[in-house]
Design a protein around this ligand. Structure first.
Ligand code: MN
Length: 223
């Protein structure tokens, strides 16, 4: 199956439909389809919404392909992290850090947790996505080296009449010199852009700091 960005002529339609831009400060994506110069953008946003998750995004064909990773990435190659595909996001979203008002879609606090460039290991990214096995190299501040996103069996969900089947993916670190048993989520919990914790980001925009703080490791809150 194709991803939404390769089959959809209006790739950001779903993104815009979910959001009220009179209320949220998230980018509308007016530069949709913009060609980037050179390297492809990679970004992870730590998002304390109703549940904490890490939004993993890879630039492809003018948008950010996006997966929500509830437990966040692991540097340990023996650990597979569930990654649920979500709607494509505009490239400008890769610069967003701040508060989404409560009651809005994704209401809560967003931190730019890591950012850099990615390189596909096979240049035919569309074929890799269709096949359900995308191998790539990350050059971020926190995540580096070789990784894979692999599609698993269709998982029955409770959504819709009679249930629908939704593809799930796994994010896995490949064995290389960047692999490690250390927990990068605990060791490097702060914003790659502003060095702030989730609670500090929330406080600065009069968001729910107590809720945001639930996503910060105890160590970060103290340090
Ligand atoms: Mn999110």
């Amino acid at each position: 199956m194709k991803t939404s960005s390769t089959k959809n002529k209006a790739p950001l339609k779903e993104y815009r439909k979910k959001r009220n831009f009179d209320v949220t400060g998230e980018p509308q994506g007016t530069r949709s389809g913009a060609k980037s110069a050179g390297a492809l953008l990679y970004v992870i946003q730590k998002h304390q919404a109703s549940h904490l998750h890490y939004d993993f995004r890879l630039e492809w064909r003018g948008v950010l392909l996006s997966w929500a990773v509830p437990k966040g990435p692991s540097l340990d190659p023996s650990v597979k992290r569930l990654a649920t595909p979500v709607e494509d996001h505009p490239l400008e979203y890769g610069g967003f850090e701040g508060v989404i008002p409560e009651g809005e879609y994704g209401g809560g606090t967003v931190m730019l947790w890591d950012r850099g460039a990615w390189t596909p290991e096979d240049p035919d990214v569309d074929a890799a996505l269709e096949k359900g096995e995308l191998k790539f190299t990350l050059a971020g501040k926190k995540l580096r080296g070789s990784w894979v996103l692999v599609r698993t069996k269709l998982v029955q969900t409770k959504l819709g009449y009679g249930g629908s089947k939704k593809p799930q993916w796994l994010l896995i670190k490949h064995r290389d010199r960047y692999a490690s048993p250390d927990d990068v989520l605990v060791d490097q919990p702060r914003s790659v852009l502003t060095k702030r914790t989730l609670a500090e980001i929330a406080r600065a925009q009069h968001g729910d700091a107590a809720k945001a703080a639930k996503g910060d490791p105890v160590k970060a809150a103290e340090g």
